[in-house]
Design a protein. Structure first.
Length: 261
């Protein structure tokens, strides 16, 4: 993955990590298309960041994804990078089904089926490009669970294994599969997270991600230093301690300190 000269589609990038990464990549000489559900947010992005293109897309809707893919490829036939950024993170209480089933279903729809459908919509085109990239977005919580977000944790663990698996399948193509593994980042993903001292400042996170891409364009995973506490807990042999530490925080810090992908 090269840091410049790409044409990049980032669905789910109207705020947070997605938008910050879109702006940074645009400044590095890439053509960037931002996707999102809300037309007013897309209009604001075009006004504030004239270098970005936009397209309306709902990643929970198959027809919307198909229409967005057709629109993006018609306007940008040289597209060579898909960053599946869209995601939600909601708390659940599994003591009673009325409190968690609907939330769990929405989380799976957005965090797992969304990326699968997006990849499905673009994979044939990407295989026709000589330097294509699919970037998935998992989480430190794919490797260590946060008690209050079971389905979020599960979808991010699934994204990790999906990334590992499709990388093997696509090894005979020109498509590179890169997994971005964020730690806690100061975004609005969870209440209180934007100002949490536990979470990593957004600009610092994106700057480190860009640096990682520059330093290792063949990387399979992009891991900023701060996510290592979660990502490598099992291999270090302190998994139980990390789980206890993560889940011992007060509710607001726990939510804010969890993750931002």
């Amino acid at each position: 993955m090269q840091i410049t000269g790409n044409t990049v589609f980032i669905p789910g990038a109207t705020s947070g990590i997605g938008l910050a990464l879109a702006v940074s990549l645009s400044e590095r000489g890439n053509t960037v298309i931002v996707g999102g559900r809300r037309s007013e947010l897309l209009a604001r992005i075009r006004e504030q960041h004239p270098g970005l293109d936009t397209v309306q897309v709902d990643t929970t809707n198959k027809q919307s994804i198909a229409a967005a893919a057709e629109s993006v490829l018609a306007a940008h036939p040289d597209l060579n990078m898909l960053i599946a950024m869209a995601g939600i993170m909601r708390t659940e209480d599994w003591h009673a089904p009325a409190t968690f089933v609907e939330t769990a279903e929405a989380t799976v729809e957005t965090n797992l089926l969304g990326p699968i459908r997006l990849i499905g919509a673009f994979i044939e085109h990407l295989q026709s490009r000589p330097d294509a990239v699919i970037m998935t977005v998992s989480s430190g919580l794919a490797f260590v669970p946060l008690r209050v977000t079971p389905t979020y944790n599960a979808t991010k663990a699934a994204i990790h294994q999906l990334s590992e698996s499709i990388r093997l399948q696509l090894a005979d193509t020109s498509v590179q599969v890169v997994e971005l593994v964020p730690p806690a980042v100061r975004t609005s993903l969870m209440p209180g997270q934007e100002t949490s001292p536990i979470a990593m400042p957004l600009d610092e996170f994106v700057a480190e991600v860009v640096q990682l891409i520059e330093q290792n364009p063949d990387a399979r995973e992009l891991q900023v230093q701060r996510v290592g506490f979660l990502r490598h807990a099992e291999s270090r042999g302190d998994y139980d301690t990390v789980v206890a530490t993560l889940n011992a925080q007060d509710p607001h810090a726990r939510h804010a300190g969890a993750d931002a992908a």
